[in-house]
Design a protein around this ligand. Structure first.
Ligand SMILES: CC(C)(COP(=O)(O)OP(=O)(O)OC[C@H]1O[C@@H](n2cnc3c(N)ncnc32)[C@H](O)[C@@H]1OP(=O)(O)O)[C@@H](O)C(=O)NCCC(=O)NCCS
Length: 187
């Protein structure tokens, strides 16, 4: 099966959906991150960022929007309307579903949502040792913009790349450039 943007996905709003995301997160994170950062840090990060309580708080109070493809993958983003940017905070596909277009479809959903909200840029952070995901993001048109070191508490530090992509429609970009009087050579 191949996934496309037209696939069946759910906006996560109900406690049952939050539970499903937390279960999927545990599954994917334990499989994917234990070899990268170790079991102790994964346990700590799941509790801090992907427990039912943490996800509920993110949705209710921190501006997160979660989308779920049940038993397959999920994504979450936080729009910043003032900065016209969309922070893609989570994008995870279950091991058995990778390479089926689901990661692309989830990223495209995030871009579509960002554009609908008037955002110009999509950005994210990724562990510098997460080489497969970095290759996926590059394939999807994101570029590394800077190195980040983030203290997440309990002595854990995240060594990340910030990566970003312009998501504004070409015609809008053109009209912004023209309205600034810089549009001389643009077709
Ligand atoms: C990264 C991830 C979300 C990608 O999802 P996916 O469903 O496997 O990716 P897709 O099948 O949609 O691939 C999309 C495109 O990226 C390419 N791609 C995917 N993984 C790649 C890799 N490791 N190297 C190079 N290209 C890659 C695919 O070939 C495809 O190209 P195409 O559409 O032009 O043919 C998924 O592998 C994952 O969840 N990984 C583990 C968790 C993780 O690290 N998440 C990111 C946290 S920052």
């Amino acid at each position: 099966m191949r996934y496309t943007r037209g696939m069946k996905w759910e906006r996560v709003e109900q406690p049952q959906q939050v539970k499903a995301v937390a279960a999927l997160a545990r599954d994917v994170w334990e499989q994917h991150y234990i070899p990268i950062v170790g079991a102790e840090q994964v346990k700590y990060m799941l509790e801090k960022f992907q427990s039912v309580e943490a996800i509920t708080r993110q949705i209710d109070a921190e501006g997160f929007e979660y989308v779920l493809v049940p038993d397959a993958g999920y994504a979450a983003w936080v729009p910043d309307l003032e900065k016209k940017s969309l922070f893609l905070s989570k994008i995870y596909v279950k091991d058995s579903q990778r390479g089926t277009g689901l990661g692309r479809a989830l990223l495209e959903l995030a871009e579509q949502r960002g554009r609908a909200l008037g955002c110009m840029e999509l950005w994210l952070t990724v562990n510098r040792h997460n080489t497969n995901s970095i290759a996926f993001y590059e394939r999807m048109g994101l570029r590394k913009t800077k190195e980040l070191v983030q203290d997440i508490g309990h002595g854990y530090v995240m060594d990340d790349w910030r990566m970003a992509k312009q998501i504004v429609k070409a015609e809008e970009l053109r009209s912004r450039v023209v309205s600034r009087g810089l549009g001389g050579g643009l077709q």
